[in-house]
Structure formats: C-alpha cells, structure tokens
Design a protein around this ligand. Structure first.
Ligand code: GAL
Length: 700
C-alpha cells in the first residue's frame, strides 16, 4: 500500500509525538541535604570557559551554583526581548557536572535602557537626590512601574525554569537593602498611615502632635524622614518600609508560586550582617520557604566596629546565625560567605589559612543547611574586582580553593549524618525590632549599645547550654523553658498578655532594663515602666538613670556592678521578692531594688533594671538557668575560643566543634563518639587551630 504524502506526514508526526511522550522525563534533582556552592556569573565569561569553571567546582565538592541575580541586562537586553537560552545552557552545563541551580531574580539591577526610559523607577535618597545609573540597588521599592517590569521578567524566568528539574530554588532580588523617598513612595506612606489610623485625629493623638505644632490637617503634610522627628512617626516609617518590602517581594513571589513546581524553594538572601534593621526581617521571612543570609563577619571588620579584629568573631557570628534561624524557627541557608576576604573593608585583610573552613562549619553547627561563597571567579572589571574568589581571573584556583575543596570533602562525608538534624534549645533571647528602633531613635546614653547588651545575655546563656535561640516576640515561645528579653522597650497590651500567658503556663521570663516604657505608637506609657507588663511584674520602675560610673549590686545571685543603665524598682505586690539591690553609688539608687522576681501561675517573671558587668552577668544567668530547670553542665566542656554546637535528629545527636582559639586543643568527650570526618571512634577530639571535628552518637 502506498501512503498518500499527507497521510505519511500525519503518521510521522504521530510517531514523533508518541516517542516524545514515551521518553522518560528527567526526574527533578532533589535538594542536597547539605547544599554547597558559589555565586557564578556565566554572563560575564565566554561560554567556552563555562565547563572549566564547573569542572573545578565539581572537583571542590560543590553541588550548587547560584546564578542570575544581577543579569537583567543579559536576560532582557531590550524592552520585552528576553534571552534565556544562555541561562538554560548554563543550568544544563551545571547539571552535567552534578550541580543544581538556584536562580536569583535580577531585580536588584534594572538595566540602563529601563532607567533611561522610566526614570521614575530610580530611587530617591533621603536628601531628595535621584540616583543615577551605574551601580546597583538604584530602584525605588515603591514604584508601581518597577514592580510591573519585575513581574514581567520573573514571569519569563518562571515559565522557562519553573519545571526545570535542575533548578531547586529561587532567590528574590539580592539583599533587599535600600528604601526610597521619591514622591510615589511618599504617597504610599500617606496611604499607609491613613489605613493604619483611619483619621488624622487618631494619628495626631497617637503621635501627640500638639508638641512643637506638628498637628497635621492633610495626610500629605506628614513628612517622611529618618532624622530626629516625632518618635511615633519614626517607628511607623520603619513599619511602612517593612510593609513596602513585603509587597515588593510578594509581587515576585506570587508570580513564582503560581508558575513553578512547589518543590522549588523560594528564599531571599538577607545582607547587612544579619543584624541590620532597616526593616523587620522576621516579618518578611514569613513569606519564604527558607531564609538565607550573607555572612560577612570577619575579613574587613578591622576597625569598623570596636570588636572588629579582621577575623571571625565566633560569638557574634554564632549569635547572628541564631538570630536568622529564629526568624522561621528552623534551619537556614548561608547564601554568601567570603572565600578569605572582601574588598570593601578599610583593610580587606584575609582570614587565616583554615579560618574560612572553620567559619563554614561554625555556620553548619548553628543550623545552616547551605553554604555558598561569593564569588567563584574574580570579575575582570566591575566594582568588586578585588573581592575574594576561589579561582582567579584566569579561571585557575587561588590558594583558598584547596580549603574550599577540603570543606567540600567534609560536607560529602557529613551530609548523611546531618540530614534531618537541627539545633534545639530550651532558652530564647528576644530581639524585637520595634523596641530596637525605639531605643535607637534616642538611645539616651551612647553607652547603651543594645546589640552588645543582647550579646552579653546570649553569651552568658549559651556558654553553659551550647544552644540558644534568638527570636522575636511574635514567634512561638511555648517551646522554651526560659525566655529573656534584654531591652523590650515597646510593649503592647497584646504582647503583655502573650508574655503573661507564657509565664502562667510554666515559662520563666526575664525582662531587662528599658522594658515596657513605650506603647505601640512609641509614646511613653501612661503607666510607669514596665507599662502594659506592670501588673504581671508587680513592681514598677521609679526612674531611669544613664550611668557614668558603675554602681555595685548584690543579692541572691551574688554581687557585681551595674553599668551603663540603672533603674530602681518599687514593689507594688506583696509576693514580689527582691533579688538584687544597688549599693552605694548614685544616691538615687543606694539601697533600692535592682531586680525583682515573682511567681506567676506555674512560672516566674523577673525584672532586672540594670545592665550588669559581663562577669556578673555570667553568674546571674546561671541562676536563671537553674531556676528554669535547665541543665547547665554543658554536654562537652570546651576551653575558651572553642565553639561547640549540637544538632539533634530523630535518633542521633551531632556535635560540631570549631577551634577559634590561638592554639591546638584537646577536648575530652563524655563518652565514645563517631568521628564523622576522620572516621573511627574517639573519646578525645584533637583540634589544631581552626580545626573542625564533627562527632555523632545515638540519642539516648
Ligand atoms: C554582598 C552582595 C554580593 C557582593 C558581596 C561582596 O553583600 O550580596 O553581591 O557584593 O556583598 O562582599
């Protein structure tokens, strides 16, 4: 039988369709238990060089590349003209080398054609200057046009890569950094205020605008400023910035959620060293599946902070990891870490040999399930051409590459043991954005360094327990036996009730100085401090004093010094016990209660009105832990500078030990453990300087 040509074409087409649908579709690559990789910018290099890069990544044990976050001018070289084939080839090339891809949406860097055609999308700084093109973060988060352009590019990316089996995650923008003061953003601010307060009368009342004739008769009169303005306005502006970031990111997240496979994780990398507080990071974290941050605490921090040594400060770094973990109360990712050095420090010194690996392991101990470097290869040109990388501009390894490769080998061994484990803590330290902002707007004493005070509490509690969470008051507190809130300045009646419930149900709560002075509008509470918490505490702050000289304190917890800040307390309820009193010093304080404690329901509530010296703080914290029934004999005792973290899974515990001390250390273990990196059983962990041990044993 001779087939008609038309029929022939039809059958051939049918055969092709059948063959295509029968072809096995590539199963998605699962998210590795421990993700390890680097930021990679294929758009900056000839395609012929890609595989050499990827081969070296693979040889270093990497299983992930992060691409795309600054590539908008390559992705969309002209309006509406999208070029994604190169990206697809990059994803495929990485997959061939066994690596999954995280795609960053390129919205941190709008291209020049865009900023020229739509200048209204450019950010305006607080002095009213509109940014020009040539750097990054030059867009306004409030611009509707910009959001439309972002949506369009994210749609194209989602359609192309949303089902790609090798794409495992999306990163929204990059480090969500600068807010804007352009007219459109001002309009948004006014509408935001109107929604919050309903009427100008309500706003005028909450902000007490009769003060200095600030009374507003039109919404548009309200200034947008971060200077020394009305405290209510300043706090609301921060909340507004948070909400603006929230809907800026949702604009992209919604597009992705509607189009991509649910297995693809949506995240963003937060910069500014974790502590940055331009907006409420816990609030914006709620939108993501996983939260990640960029760990740059070490190189370059030579004289930027008084604590900066140019090396990793494991205490601050550990606290920051725990803070980030607290935003979602689950393991997190480190999306960027410098391979040795940055290029933006006053002295961009290098971390020592071994320190980069120890830094990576330290993060894993605190709950990181992803470690990625910034960046893979030195860019020939561009603002950060000196920055640390793993291969030089020639594509050949630089010295730190070998250390990254060792880390890769470590991770390959440890990943199966770490899978499904996470840090667990009975203790939480509260970090509250509203309170932090409220104090920052007027610290009253420049010695009141809130973050230092928080870290002091953290250190005193972590050393004996080797596990502390840092959470915001919005998180679930019921899982902790002890919650301490060092500077909880802003307390709403709702928060006071939540905290009261926590205590009545058996929790132990310690409130530090400056607690409850302010209402949600950053107004002074009509009641004396601790404001909405007054009834629960059963005592009030008679006055607050910024100290020039330390004042002795003594009581049930021993004796030490009140420094920086002191509040004498007055008992209002008969069952309130005084646990600390001021000695002779500032005459206003002499003999007055410095701390009180009270049983409330099944738990206790303590108010400490003074900032204590560090040594005494350590002692006092031991008392709090004991009262809360938390074991203070750390599982493994460690010398100074040796950091121990514990991750717990269903049937095993894993200890990550990093030695940041000046020399070699031997750590005696409480029994035999499996040495995950070196192999075999050990009872003593021997660590050279910057050495790492990963030990595991069944959970008993
Ligand atoms: C980060 C940023 C990276 C790179 C890096 C340099 O804040 O996300 O793109 O600039 O700093 O240290």
């Amino acid at each position: 039988m001779i087939l008609q040509p038309r029929l022939l074409v039809f059958f051939t087409l049918m055969l092709m369709v059948l063959r295509l649908s029968a072809a096995p579709s590539v199963a998605p690559t699962p998210l590795p238990a421990l993700i390890y990789g680097s930021a990679w910018y294929p758009e900056q290099w000839p395609e012929a060089e890609w595989d050499a890069d990827l081969e070296r990544m693979q040889a270093a044990g990497m299983n992930m590349v992060r691409i795309g976050e600054f590539a908008w001018s390559t992705i969309e070289p002209a309006e509406g003209r999208y070029e994604l084939d190169w990206m697809e080839r990059a994803v495929a090339a990485a997959a061939k080398r066994g690596m999954v891809t995280i795609i960053g949406t390129p919205t941190d860097t709008p291209p020049a054609w865009m900023t020229t055609k739509y200048p209204e999308i450019l950010r305006v700084d607080e002095t009213g200057v509109r940014l020009q093109h040539g750097s990054r973060r030059h867009f306004s988060i409030g611009s509707e046009k910009y959001r439309e352009l972002c949506r369009a590019v994210v749609e194209k990316l989602a359609d192309r890569f949303g089902k790609n089996p090798h794409v495992v995650a999306w990163q929204i923008g990059n480090e969500l950094t600068e807010d804007s003061f352009d007219p459109e953003s001002r309009g948004r601010f006014h509408r935001w205020l109107e929604k919050r307060y309903g009427t100008l009368d309500a706003l005028n009342q909450q902000w007490m605008t009769a003060y200095w004739s600030q009374t507003y008769t039109e919404w548009s009169q309200v200034p947008m400023t971060t200077g020394r303005a009305n405290p209510g306005l300043l706090l609301d502006h921060k909340r507004f910035v948070t909400d603006t970031w929230l809907d800026f990111q949702r604009n992209q997240i919604d597009v992705l959620r509607a189009r991509v496979d649910p297995r693809q994780v949506i995240t963003t990398n937060l910069g500014g060293l974790g502590w940055a507080n331009k907006f409420n990071r816990q609030q914006i974290s709620a939108d993501y599946d996983v939260i990640s941050w960029d760990e740059y605490l070490g190189s370059g921090w030579f004289d930027k902070t008084k604590n900066g040594t140019g090396h990793l400060d494991p205490l601050r770094s550990g606290a920051t990891h725990d803070l980030v973990r607290g935003w979602k109360q689950k393991n997190f990712w480190v999306m960027e870490m410098p391979p040795g050095f940055v290029d933006w420090g006053s002295v961009s010194n290098s971390l020592d040999r071994g320190e980069t690996r120890a830094m990576a392991w330290h993060a894993v101990g605190h709950g990181a399930d992803c470690i990625a470097f910034w960046q893979w290869r030195s860019a020939l040109n561009g603002q950060e051409q000196y920055h640390g990388s793993l291969v030089g501009p020639d594509g050949e390894p630089v010295p730190v590459y070998a250390e990254a490769a060792q880390t890769g080998r470590d991770f390959a061994k440890a990943a199966p043991v770490l899978a499904g484990t996470e840090p667990r803590s009975d203790v939480a330290v509260i970090h509250d954005y509203d309170s932090r902002w409220a104090i920052e707007f007027n610290p009253f004493s420049n010695r009141y360094d809130q973050m230092q005070i928080l870290i002091d509490y953290y250190r005193a509690l972590r050393e004996p327990t080797q596990a502390v969470d840092i959470v915001t008051p919005a998180m679930d507190l019921s899982r902790y036996k002890l919650v301490v809130a060092p500077s909880l300045n802003v307390v709403s009646p709702r928060l006071a009730a939540r905290l009261g419930d926590y205590v009545r149900a058996g929790g132990h709560l310690v409130l530090g100085p400056r607690t409850g002075m302010k209402t949600e509008s950053n107004a002074l509470s009509r009641e004396r401090q601790p404001g909405a918490l007054l009834e629960n505490v059963g005592a009030r702050v008679e006055q607050f004093y910024a100290l020039l000289e330390a004042v002795p304190v003594a009581g049930a917890w021993g004796e030490g010094k009140a420094t920086v800040w002191a509040e004498p307390l007055g008992r209002l309820a008969p069952d309130v016990e005084v646990t600390l009193r001021y000695g002779a010093g500032n005459d206003w304080l002499t003999g007055e209660p410095a701390a009180v404690r009270r049983q409330l329901g099944k738990g206790t509530i303590t108010y400490l009105g003074a900032v204590l010296d560090s040594t005494f703080m350590d002692q006092v914290a031991l008392g709090w832990l004991k009262d809360a029934g938390i074991a203070t004999n750390a599982k493994i005792s460690a010398p100074d500078g040796v950091k121990i973290s514990r991750r717990v899974g269903a049937n095993r515990e894993v200890f990550v030990i990093t030695n940041f001390s000046k020399g070699a250390q031997e750590i005696v273990l409480p029994g035999a453990m499996t040495d995950v990196l070196a192999g075999g059983e050990v009872t003593v962990a021997k660590l050279p300087r910057y050495g790492v041990a990963v030990l595991t044993r069944p959970l008993t």
